[in-house]
Design a protein around this ligand. Sequence first.
Ligand code: AP5
Ligand code: ZN
Length: 217
Amino acid sequence: MKTRMIFVGPPGAGKGSQAKILSEELNIPHISTGDMFRKHLKEQTPLGLMAKNYTDKGLLVPDDVTNEMVKDRLSQEDVKNGFILDGYPRNPYQANYLDELLSKSHLKIDVVLNVTSSDEVIIKRITGRRTCPVCGAIYHIDNFPPKQEGICDNDGEKLIQRKDDLKETIVKRLDVYNKETFPLIHYYKEKGLLVDIDGNRDLKAITMDVLKILEQQ
Ligand code: AP5
Ligand code: ZN
Protein backbone atom coordinates (compact mmCIF):
# COMPACT_ATOMS: atom_id res chain seq x y z
CA MET A 1 0.00 0.00 0.00
CA LYS A 2 1.32 3.42 -0.95
CA THR A 3 1.06 5.67 2.11
CA ARG A 4 3.33 8.65 1.38
CA MET A 5 1.45 10.77 -1.08
CA ILE A 6 1.11 14.28 -2.43
CA PHE A 7 -2.06 15.89 -3.75
CA VAL A 8 -1.28 18.43 -6.42
CA GLY A 9 -3.71 20.35 -8.62
CA PRO A 10 -5.26 23.76 -9.13
CA PRO A 11 -7.09 25.61 -6.35
CA GLY A 12 -10.58 24.23 -5.78
CA ALA A 13 -9.99 20.97 -7.66
CA GLY A 14 -10.95 19.04 -4.53
CA LYS A 15 -7.55 18.16 -3.03
CA GLY A 16 -8.50 19.03 0.54
CA SER A 17 -11.87 17.24 0.41
CA GLN A 18 -10.25 14.03 -0.85
CA ALA A 19 -7.31 14.28 1.52
CA LYS A 20 -9.66 14.55 4.51
CA ILE A 21 -11.61 11.45 3.46
CA LEU A 22 -8.44 9.42 2.83
CA SER A 23 -6.85 10.55 6.06
CA GLU A 24 -9.77 9.02 7.99
CA GLU A 25 -9.95 5.95 5.78
CA LEU A 26 -6.22 5.17 6.05
CA ASN A 27 -5.61 6.65 9.49
CA ILE A 28 -2.65 8.75 8.38
CA PRO A 29 -2.33 12.52 8.87
CA HIS A 30 -3.57 15.09 6.36
CA ILE A 31 -0.93 17.81 6.10
CA SER A 32 -2.24 20.90 4.34
CA THR A 33 0.10 23.89 4.29
CA GLY A 34 -2.91 26.13 3.52
CA ASP A 35 -4.71 24.83 6.65
CA MET A 36 -1.54 25.33 8.68
CA PHE A 37 -1.23 28.97 7.60
CA ARG A 38 -4.93 29.55 8.37
CA LYS A 39 -4.50 28.00 11.83
CA HIS A 40 -1.52 30.25 12.53
CA LEU A 41 -3.53 33.27 11.44
CA LYS A 42 -6.46 32.31 13.65
CA GLU A 43 -4.05 32.10 16.58
CA GLN A 44 -2.48 35.40 15.49
CA THR A 45 1.06 33.98 15.57
CA PRO A 46 3.86 36.02 13.88
CA LEU A 47 4.03 33.32 11.18
CA GLY A 48 0.28 33.56 10.54
CA LEU A 49 0.33 37.35 10.35
CA MET A 50 3.27 37.29 7.96
CA ALA A 51 1.69 34.60 5.75
CA LYS A 52 -1.55 36.59 5.53
CA ASN A 53 0.25 39.21 3.40
CA TYR A 54 0.65 36.53 0.73
CA THR A 55 -2.42 34.31 1.16
CA ASP A 56 -4.84 37.27 0.95
CA LYS A 57 -3.31 38.22 -2.41
CA GLY A 58 -3.27 34.65 -3.71
CA LEU A 59 0.53 34.61 -3.76
CA LEU A 60 2.79 31.85 -2.45
CA VAL A 61 4.24 32.31 1.03
CA PRO A 62 8.09 32.43 0.78
CA ASP A 63 9.67 29.00 0.34
CA ASP A 64 12.00 29.13 3.34
CA VAL A 65 9.13 29.73 5.76
CA THR A 66 6.94 27.06 4.17
CA ASN A 67 9.73 24.48 3.99
CA GLU A 68 10.66 25.01 7.63
CA MET A 69 7.02 24.59 8.71
CA VAL A 70 6.74 21.31 6.77
CA LYS A 71 10.07 20.07 8.13
CA ASP A 72 8.74 20.55 11.68
CA ARG A 73 5.50 18.77 10.86
CA LEU A 74 7.21 15.81 9.20
CA SER A 75 9.45 15.36 12.23
CA GLN A 76 6.42 14.37 14.35
CA GLU A 77 5.72 10.79 15.38
CA ASP A 78 2.34 10.44 13.66
CA VAL A 79 3.82 10.48 10.13
CA LYS A 80 5.73 7.24 10.59
CA ASN A 81 3.08 5.13 8.82
CA GLY A 82 2.55 7.64 6.02
CA PHE A 83 1.11 11.07 5.30
CA ILE A 84 -1.01 12.99 2.83
CA LEU A 85 0.58 16.24 1.70
CA ASP A 86 -1.99 18.66 0.30
CA GLY A 87 -0.85 21.91 -1.35
CA TYR A 88 2.83 21.19 -0.68
CA PRO A 89 5.19 21.17 -2.52
CA ARG A 90 4.00 23.98 -4.72
CA ASN A 91 7.03 24.70 -6.90
CA PRO A 92 10.14 22.77 -7.97
CA TYR A 93 12.24 24.42 -5.25
CA GLN A 94 9.92 23.05 -2.53
CA ALA A 95 9.83 19.66 -4.28
CA ASN A 96 13.65 19.44 -4.21
CA TYR A 97 13.66 20.45 -0.57
CA LEU A 98 11.13 17.73 0.26
CA ASP A 99 13.11 15.08 -1.61
CA GLU A 100 16.26 15.99 0.32
CA LEU A 101 14.42 16.12 3.63
CA LEU A 102 12.90 12.67 3.14
CA SER A 103 16.11 11.14 1.85
CA LYS A 104 17.83 12.07 5.13
CA SER A 105 15.42 9.59 6.77
CA HIS A 106 15.80 7.14 3.85
CA LEU A 107 12.22 7.82 2.79
CA LYS A 108 10.60 8.84 -0.46
CA ILE A 109 7.24 9.82 -1.89
CA ASP A 110 5.24 6.81 -3.18
CA VAL A 111 2.79 8.60 -5.46
CA VAL A 112 1.70 12.07 -6.62
CA LEU A 113 -2.02 12.43 -7.28
CA ASN A 114 -2.72 15.18 -9.80
CA VAL A 115 -6.35 16.24 -9.40
CA THR A 116 -7.48 18.03 -12.54
CA SER A 117 -10.57 20.11 -13.22
CA SER A 118 -11.77 22.71 -15.69
CA ASP A 119 -11.53 26.42 -14.84
CA GLU A 120 -15.32 26.69 -15.02
CA VAL A 121 -15.86 23.93 -12.42
CA ILE A 122 -13.08 25.36 -10.26
CA ILE A 123 -14.64 28.82 -10.10
CA LYS A 124 -18.05 27.33 -9.19
CA ARG A 125 -16.51 25.14 -6.51
CA ILE A 126 -14.46 27.89 -4.93
CA THR A 127 -17.12 30.58 -4.94
CA GLY A 128 -19.60 28.13 -3.34
CA ARG A 129 -17.19 26.78 -0.74
CA ARG A 130 -17.90 27.34 2.94
CA THR A 131 -15.62 26.05 5.70
CA CYS A 132 -15.82 25.52 9.42
CA PRO A 133 -13.26 27.70 11.25
CA VAL A 134 -13.16 25.23 14.14
CA CYS A 135 -13.06 21.67 12.75
CA GLY A 136 -11.99 22.51 9.17
CA ALA A 137 -14.92 20.70 7.52
CA ILE A 138 -15.42 21.71 3.88
CA TYR A 139 -18.93 22.36 2.48
CA HIS A 140 -20.36 23.67 -0.76
CA ILE A 141 -23.57 25.67 -0.93
CA ASP A 142 -24.93 23.48 -3.78
CA ASN A 143 -22.82 20.30 -3.87
CA PHE A 144 -22.44 19.58 -0.16
CA PRO A 145 -24.68 21.89 1.85
CA PRO A 146 -24.71 21.49 5.63
CA LYS A 147 -27.96 20.22 7.20
CA GLN A 148 -28.69 23.72 8.47
CA GLU A 149 -27.68 26.59 6.21
CA GLY A 150 -24.45 28.29 7.29
CA ILE A 151 -23.89 25.97 10.29
CA CYS A 152 -21.32 23.18 10.66
CA ASP A 153 -22.88 19.70 11.04
CA ASN A 154 -20.08 18.58 13.38
CA ASP A 155 -20.02 21.32 15.99
CA GLY A 156 -22.74 23.93 15.27
CA GLU A 157 -20.12 26.57 14.41
CA LYS A 158 -20.97 29.36 11.94
CA LEU A 159 -19.46 28.58 8.52
CA ILE A 160 -17.21 31.12 6.84
CA GLN A 161 -16.04 31.95 3.34
CA ARG A 162 -12.26 31.98 2.99
CA LYS A 163 -10.82 35.46 2.45
CA ASP A 164 -8.90 34.27 -0.62
CA ASP A 165 -12.07 32.86 -2.20
CA LEU A 166 -13.12 36.20 -3.70
CA LYS A 167 -13.38 36.14 -7.49
CA GLU A 168 -10.39 38.42 -8.21
CA THR A 169 -8.13 36.47 -5.82
CA ILE A 170 -9.19 33.18 -7.41
CA VAL A 171 -8.02 34.44 -10.81
CA LYS A 172 -4.64 35.33 -9.26
CA ARG A 173 -4.39 31.91 -7.56
CA LEU A 174 -5.08 30.15 -10.87
CA ASP A 175 -2.40 32.26 -12.52
CA VAL A 176 0.11 31.44 -9.74
CA TYR A 177 -0.80 27.75 -10.08
CA ASN A 178 -0.15 27.77 -13.84
CA LYS A 179 3.15 29.63 -13.57
CA GLU A 180 4.66 28.23 -10.37
CA THR A 181 3.04 24.90 -9.51
CA PHE A 182 2.30 23.41 -12.94
CA PRO A 183 6.02 22.68 -13.61
CA LEU A 184 5.77 20.12 -10.80
CA ILE A 185 3.64 17.93 -13.04
CA HIS A 186 6.61 17.44 -15.31
CA TYR A 187 8.99 17.03 -12.35
CA TYR A 188 6.99 14.13 -10.90
CA LYS A 189 6.14 12.62 -14.28
CA GLU A 190 9.88 12.31 -14.98
CA LYS A 191 10.25 10.45 -11.70
CA GLY A 192 7.41 8.08 -12.68
CA LEU A 193 5.31 9.11 -9.66
CA LEU A 194 2.49 11.08 -11.27
CA VAL A 195 -1.06 9.75 -11.61
CA ASP A 196 -3.79 11.95 -13.11
CA ILE A 197 -7.14 11.98 -11.32
CA ASP A 198 -10.23 13.38 -13.05
CA GLY A 199 -11.59 15.72 -10.39
CA ASN A 200 -14.78 16.52 -12.33
CA ARG A 201 -16.58 13.51 -10.83
CA ASP A 202 -18.33 13.00 -7.54
CA LEU A 203 -16.27 12.65 -4.39
CA LYS A 204 -16.96 8.93 -3.88
CA ALA A 205 -15.89 7.92 -7.40
CA ILE A 206 -12.63 9.81 -6.94
CA THR A 207 -11.94 8.23 -3.55
CA MET A 208 -12.50 4.73 -5.01
CA ASP A 209 -10.07 5.53 -7.82
CA VAL A 210 -7.41 6.81 -5.46
CA LEU A 211 -7.71 3.79 -3.15
CA LYS A 212 -7.18 1.49 -6.15
CA ILE A 213 -4.07 3.45 -7.15
CA LEU A 214 -2.67 3.26 -3.62
CA GLU A 215 -3.13 -0.51 -3.55
CA GLN A 216 -1.20 -1.02 -6.80
CA GLN A 217 2.40 -2.12 -6.38
P1 AP5 B 1 -4.53 26.12 0.00
O1 AP5 B 1 -5.38 26.12 1.18
O2 AP5 B 1 -3.63 24.96 -0.29
O3 AP5 B 1 -5.49 26.40 -1.27
P2 AP5 B 1 -5.51 25.83 -2.77
O4 AP5 B 1 -4.37 25.01 -3.20
O5 AP5 B 1 -5.77 27.04 -3.56
O6 AP5 B 1 -6.61 24.79 -2.73
P3 AP5 B 1 -8.03 24.96 -2.15
O7 AP5 B 1 -8.00 24.71 -0.68
O8 AP5 B 1 -8.62 26.25 -2.62
O9 AP5 B 1 -8.82 23.84 -2.94
P4 AP5 B 1 -8.91 22.26 -2.85
O10 AP5 B 1 -8.33 21.67 -4.08
O11 AP5 B 1 -8.38 21.75 -1.55
O12 AP5 B 1 -10.48 22.10 -2.93
P5 AP5 B 1 -11.57 21.69 -1.82
O13 AP5 B 1 -11.43 20.25 -1.49
O14 AP5 B 1 -11.61 22.69 -0.71
O15 AP5 B 1 -3.60 27.41 -0.04
C1 AP5 B 1 -4.09 28.70 0.31
C2 AP5 B 1 -2.95 29.70 0.26
O16 AP5 B 1 -1.94 29.36 1.23
C3 AP5 B 1 -2.17 29.76 -1.07
O17 AP5 B 1 -2.81 30.62 -2.01
C4 AP5 B 1 -0.82 30.31 -0.60
O18 AP5 B 1 -0.88 31.68 -0.38
C5 AP5 B 1 -0.62 29.61 0.73
N1 AP5 B 1 0.08 28.33 0.59
C6 AP5 B 1 -0.43 27.09 0.82
N2 AP5 B 1 0.50 26.14 0.59
C7 AP5 B 1 1.63 26.80 0.20
C8 AP5 B 1 2.92 26.36 -0.19
N3 AP5 B 1 3.25 25.06 -0.27
N4 AP5 B 1 3.85 27.31 -0.53
C9 AP5 B 1 3.53 28.61 -0.46
N5 AP5 B 1 2.32 29.11 -0.12
C10 AP5 B 1 1.37 28.20 0.21
O19 AP5 B 1 -12.90 21.84 -2.72
C11 AP5 B 1 -13.34 23.10 -3.20
C12 AP5 B 1 -14.88 23.14 -3.15
O20 AP5 B 1 -15.41 22.18 -4.08
C13 AP5 B 1 -15.49 22.78 -1.79
O21 AP5 B 1 -16.62 23.57 -1.57
C14 AP5 B 1 -15.88 21.30 -1.93
O22 AP5 B 1 -16.98 20.98 -1.12
C15 AP5 B 1 -16.22 21.21 -3.42
N6 AP5 B 1 -15.83 19.91 -4.01
C16 AP5 B 1 -14.65 19.27 -3.83
N7 AP5 B 1 -14.63 18.11 -4.53
C17 AP5 B 1 -15.83 18.04 -5.16
C18 AP5 B 1 -16.43 17.07 -6.05
N8 AP5 B 1 -15.76 15.96 -6.41
N9 AP5 B 1 -17.66 17.32 -6.53
C19 AP5 B 1 -18.33 18.44 -6.17
N10 AP5 B 1 -17.84 19.39 -5.34
C20 AP5 B 1 -16.59 19.20 -4.84
ZN1 ZN C 1 -17.04 22.30 12.39
